[in-house]
Design a protein around this ligand. Sequence first.
Ligand code: SAM
Length: 453
Amino acid sequence: MDKGQIIEGKVVDFALPEGQGVLKEGGRVVFVSGVLIDEVCRVRITKLKKNYALGEVIDILEPSPSRVEPICPHFLEGCGGCRFQFMDYEEQVKAKERNARQTLEKVGGISWEEVDYEGFIPSPSPWEYRNKMEFNFGEKEGELILGLRPRGRYWDLVDLKVCYLMKKDLTRTLLKLFRDYGRNSSLSGYDPRKKEGVLRNLLVRYSSSQELLLGLSTVSVDLPRQEDLIEELRKNFPSLEGLVHIINNSPASALIFEDKKVLWGKDHFFERVGSVNYKVSIESFFQVNSFLSSTLYEKAAHYASLSGGETVLDLYCGSGGVGLFVADSAQQVVGVEENPQAVEDAKFNAWLNGRNNFTCIPGRVDKVLPLFSNVGVDVVIVDPPRAGLDKKVVRRVSSLSPQRLVYISCNISTFARDLLLFREQGYHLEKITFLDLFPQTPYFESVALLKKG
Ligand SMILES: C[S@@+](CC[C@H](N)C(=O)[O-])C[C@H]1O[C@@H](n2cnc3c(N)ncnc32)[C@H](O)[C@@H]1O
């Protein structure tokens, strides 16, 4: 095989999380973006590696019936927000399910005959499902722009008119309003390569009861024309709960809260899952797909299988999410969380919902876990960020010998890796359910029950 060579073939697999079709040619695997399983296509080889090649599609000779027209005008501009717009939703779910099952088999070493597989739950809505978006400011040809980064290009930006991942009418008005505000105020957009510029992010949080909370992140600066901005926002959004100015001078590309100042209203909003009300501060985590939060928490509660007398640990508890949801059925629940504002929210939420048996310990899970070494822990719930647990955490959780371990994960690869580590500690996967919390993207959530023996 040579670089530049044209090949024709059938797509035999679809690899996640990259979302690339897999062809086989001359004993080599060829990865191609923008093609679906079973499609026959003509491909130009663009890169040759030792064990595989990369190619770009020239023609789709036999398109899949699952191929659809992308609904968002920014998809073809390379916006990194949603990669799967060209396949119908049913096919997205199938591709994720295949990937989940293969990864757990290959990396997690499980045998499906020994696991109670409870299915892949699709999102009730494949569009406009997100309650949180983080848009970036930047500049193109000297003009301020506002949008999302193309995949793999942290310095680049697609100027968005609309985003369909969140309520489209809301994003359309917000993106225009903030872009106009920045331009009319002669504020520059931040360049992550040069580390220059003023406006960095627009953070939008929109609760299921339609409370709107906005954060404008900049380097240290006194924002001009604040009154005009607030007036314009209130005129357009009667459900606005607050506008917060976030200061972020950090060179990191992530949105970091070095300081915050409420410019108008409040710095938090409220969400409800089942019968539990949650105050969520602008910097605290909350499950992003409001349509599936209660299904996710109910599944976790079902796996925890509490009968009223248990001591439960809720590790990586955020604003108290799962722990407060199950607290009514346990003797006591102890949350652990490193974000100080989320810890405050969790404690407030325990009070708000009358869950006096819930407490939250601030700190990193690996540092806090030794405190429980002499406490009888019956059930441990973990819901770590994408990096998963580290070896030390797996060892420390296992040494508490909980009867049941409920693992909630947003990254199948790190979950599969941790599953192997738990196996070495004597835990096995008993039940698992997947939930599509992130339609149009390669990501999804897993909830699993692990038991000793
Ligand atoms: C995926 S969220 C889970 C939140 C919660 N379970 C819920 O349903 O809302 C992960 C949380 O872990 C926290 N976190 C990340 N690393 C941590 C660590 N090493 N120790 C403690 N908390 C951590 C984050 O601040 C975040 O709130």
